[in-house]
Design a protein around this ligand. Structure first.
Ligand SMILES: Cc1cc2nc3c(=O)[nH]c(=O)nc-3n(C[C@H](O)[C@H](O)[C@H](O)COP(=O)(O)OP(=O)(O)OC[C@H]3O[C@@H](n4cnc5c(N)ncnc54)[C@H](O)[C@@H]3O)c2cc1C
Length: 379
């Protein structure tokens, strides 16, 4: 519904419009290419297009449009491209603050993009490594209980769109079940089962081919594929007027740019906040999608140590917090794929929302005391 073209002049794309792989970099790239293809088949080359947003989707869309002979300008609010793919450096290696995984290697354009960028793909099997056998038993039992509860849902598709996912779950939750819910739902969707419909967990395609991390910058995949596209950074768009034959895009500094067509790739949260005004108002179909779709929260904490004090070759570690099961439920081992003593802790949904109200020092203290508890337990 969001991707429905408006008067063949205004197009929405980005991960939120991806049907097969929503919420992923793959979905973002594929949606950008799909939208560029739709534009190309409906209007002749030589026309001008403004692409708003230089994330995975905007860059992929702009690249294809440019290759197809359109005159493309990309406007990006931040001072860097990549959007929710953001690679920073820690201890001399890339620490991904946004996306880390390529999800589903089979048929993914990201595999070729990694090859072109010279970035090594490291397969990741999501093998559990609990800190002790007791936590392992509790966690696996919780997972089995959760999966059984979800499988027992027998409502129709229409009903699944309105039934909260939490309805299928028992009210009384063991620590293991609460851990499983946080790990499999809150961290996967950035939202708790109370905030999700059953249908939310049915959407998307299957991630065939397994998943992988990268032993290099994720952002390099996007910038290498984008090539020499003209991107105006530090240019926030505040308005899109699509009332005439073409489009007039207004920027926060009071400037404006005109084009024949416009592609909007900003995150769903930006659209929901109304940060960009549309004149005339969007058709009901697009607005309804903006109102109905949600944005989740997923937070990462990267920690660098002098040396590895954990199982050096494990992919990741699971932790069931005795006081708050689900807090710091998962740690990724940087030593496994980056060869450095790094750990990345994850929180999603309401746990992450809570953490966002804490100071950096409080988050650090909480993460560190968890690791102390984890490794005391492990002996
Ligand atoms: C912490 C985290 C972890 C993730 N992990 C993974 C993962 O492991 N694997 C995976 O596949 N996916 C992951 N994702 C999801 C993935 O990063 C996104 O789905 C994908 O990058 C979205 O790309 P996009 O182009 O649709 O949107 P974005 O990357 O958000 O790009 C939109 C761009 O629009 C710009 N913009 C916003 N407002 C304006 C404006 N008014 N004017 C101009 N520009 C504007 C933004 O600055 C941004 O650059 C993760 C996301 C997060 C946040």
């Amino acid at each position: 519904m969001l991707a429905e073209p408006v008067a063949d002049r205004l197009f929405f794309t980005g991960e939120a419009t991806a049907i097969s792989y929503p919420s992923t970099v793959r979905g973002a790239v594929e949606s950008g290419i799909r939208t560029a293809g739709e534009i190309g088949s409906g209007s002749g080359p030589g026309r001008s297009v403004i692409v708003i947003g230089a994330g995975a989707s905007g860059l992929a869309c702009a690249r294809k449009l440019t290759d197809d002979g359109f005159e493309v300008t990309v406007l990006e609010m931040r001072d860097q491209v990549g959007g929710r793919v953001r690679s920073e450096e820690l201890d001399g290696v890339p620490a991904e603050l946004g996306a880390s995984w390529i999800q589903g290697l089979t048929g993914s354009p990201l595999v070729g993009m990694a090859k072109d960028a010279g970035v090594e793909i490291v397969p990741f099997d999501f093998e559990f490594d609990f800190v002790n056998p007791e936590q392992r038993r509790a966690g696996l039992a919780g997972e089995a209980q959760m999966n059984k509860a979800f499988r027992s849902y027998d409502g129709s598709r229409a009903q699944a769109a309105v039934d909260p996912l939490s309805d299928s779950l028992p009210d009384r939750r063991t620590p293991g079940l609460q851990w499983a819910i946080t790990y499999d739902v809150s961290q996967e969707y950035g939202a708790d089962p109370e905030e999700l419909s059953v249908l939310a967990t049915w959407e998307g395609g299957s991630y065939g081919g397994g998943d992988a991390l990268l032993a290099g910058n994720y952002a390099d995949l996007l910038t290498t594929a984008a090539g020499d596209l003209p991107v105006q950074t530090s240019t926030a768009v505040v308005s899109v007027n699509h009332s005439g034959d073409g489009v007039v895009v207004g920027t926060v500094d009071g400037g404006s740019l005109s084009s024949d067509l416009v592609v909007v790739t900003v995150p769903i949260g930006v659209l929901k906040a109304g940060s960009i005004s549309f004149e005339p108002e969007l058709p009901a179909v697009n607005q309804q999608a903006i109102d109905a779709l949600g944005a989740g929260v997923l937070d990462k904490l990267w920690l660098a140590f002098d040396e590895v004090f954990w199982e050096p070759h494990a992919e990741m570690f699971q932790w069931i917090d005795p006081d708050r099961p689900g807090l710091w439920a998962e740690w990724i081992n940087g030593n496994h794929y980056l060869g450095k003593p790094l750990l990345m802790g994850l929180n999603g949904g309401s746990q992450a929302a809570d953490l966002s109200n804490w100071s950096d020092e409080e988050v650090l203290r909480s993460g560190m005391s968890t690791l102390e508890a984890m490794y005391n337990l492990a002996g």
